[in-house]
Write a protein that binds this ligand. Structure first.
Ligand code: CTP
Length: 407
């Protein structure tokens, strides 16, 4: 799947001689599918596990193996200087030792010395080798010089032993790489809170009142904020979609819990995206035991009471402490979208409101697309046409980042 942040980013992937080489092929494929231009450099030892042809086949680009190539002029400098990121995965203990000591005896280590971009290393080796004081000292030295590390993870290794030394899975490495590429984005260093999903208001231990929200739009906003460089806290109700790698996730159930978590996070927050489909009502009594069919009068006696209006509580707190600096809410409407949206924007003290007409085809709950009318107190900011929730989220983040950055 193509990812805006990866589009045309130049990533040099260095692969060294570990059995985890097979995972590097998957990583190269995932990076390419995301839109990155992946130049692979294999050490001689890596070529004993996997061939240049394998990488060429998944990246559609040349795969480099030697610095003694008469067809290229100073290839190591070219690769290292033009890259946005150098990833070494898997990195053996031997390559870590060479990198720590500035040794440059193959195309990869020479490229690492010449590189001006961030370097991310994913170690892979047996537990004993990883924990050896020599390896640990090399890692410490490299960290001191600004080299970034992802993993290793714990688990079963090729030797049959269990321990710390497994290369992280490609999907996790992709998450690390995504966070690194986002550095310097328009929200870099900003603290963002996103709420998403439904809330659940229990009637008894097995039943609850809820709604059809899947959390997809909020998850897309969280990912777009991460891609813009923000530190993201995601306060979410019960959802079944994957949570973006790199968020601080705070799972909650009820509106009250979501409200408390949100208010607690606010004093430290630059921007709030209140995407959650919060339950407006809850049962006024809750049974501690399952209500039986024979308890008909109990069922008939259940009433509903209004839950906390989280955004109104945020507004009150914001008037005292000034945070969040920018607040964006959503409005799900079935009619009069503009009028109701504008009214909510003013009532809830928001900078922006993203109005959904949920009666429209392809809009709102459950699907993967959305159409949004983005309003501020000045009027219509943008009519975001029907498109993927990911693309809608990128537009919302763009406008909030612009306001945060004062332009
Ligand atoms: N919201 C909230 N607290 C609630 C209900 C909603 O903070 N108890 C937030 C939602 O997350 C959304 C915005 O308020 O960002 C508008 O939600 P919406 O359901 O459209 O409006 P309501 O305030 O619930 O009003 P109504 O149901 O009358 O449309």
């Amino acid at each position: 799947m193509e990812i805006t942040l990866f589009k045309n980013k130049k990533i040099v992937l260095g692969v060294t001689g570990s059995i985890a080489c097979y995972k590097a092929v998957d990583l190269a494929s995932k990076l390419t599918q995301a839109g990155a231009l992946v130049d692979v450099v294999l050490t001689e030892a890596a070529q004993r596990f996997v061939t240049p042809l394998t990488f060429r086949s998944v990246t559609g680009r040349p795969c480099y193996t030697t610095m003694w190539d008469e067809t290229a002029h100073v290839r190591h400098v070219g690769l290292g200087e033009t890259a946005d990121l150098l990833v070494i995965a898997p990195a053996t203990a031997n390559t870590l030792a060479k990198l720590a000591h500035g040794q440059a005896d193959n195309l990869l280590t020479v490229t690492a010395l010449a590189a001006r971009c961030p370097i991310l290393v994913a170690p892979a080796m047996d537990g004993g080798m990883y924990e050896h004081p020599a390896t640990q000292a090399n890692i410490a030295l490299l960290r001191e010089r600004g080299v970034l590390f992802a993993g290793p993870g714990e688990g079963r290794m090729a030797s049959g032993l269990t321990g710390l030394g497994r290369m992280l899975e490609p999907a996790e490495l992709l998450g690390h790489i995504r966070l690194l590429l986002a550095r310097g984005g328009p929200m870099y260093g900003r603290k963002v809170v996103v709420t998403t999903g439904p809330t659940r208001e229990p009637l008894d231990p097995v039943r609850f009142i809820s709604n059809r929200s899947t959390g997809k739009q909020g998850l897309a906003v969280a990912q777009a904020a991460l891609d813009a460089g923000a530190e993201v806290t995601l306060i979410h109700g019960p959802i079944h979609e994957p949570i973006p790698w790199g968020v601080m996730a705070v799972p909650v159930q009820t509106t009250q819990e979501m409200g408390e978590a949100t208010l607690q996070a606010m004093p430290d927050t630059d921007a709030l995206f209140m995407v959650a489909a919060v339950a407006d009502f809850r049962p006024d009594v809750r049974s501690d035991q399952k209500i039986k069919k024979t308890d008909a009068e109990w069922g008939l006696a259940i009433g509903l009471e209004v839950t906390l209006d989280i955004l109104s509580a945020v507004k009150e707190q914001r008037e005292k402490c000034g945070c969040p600096r920018v607040a964006l809410g959503f409005a799900a409407e079935t009619h009069n979208a503009f009028e109701y949206g504008r009214d909510k924007l003013l009532r809830k003290g928001l900078n922006f409101i993203a109005v959904n007409d949920v009666m429209d085809d392809g809009v709102g709950f459950e699907g993967d697309t959305n159409r949004v009318l983005l309003l501020s107190s000045a009027g219509v900011v943008e009519e975001i046409p029907l498109q993927s929730k990911t693309a809608v989220a990128e537009r919302l983040v763009h406008h909030v980042a612009k306001t945060l950055n004062g332009n």
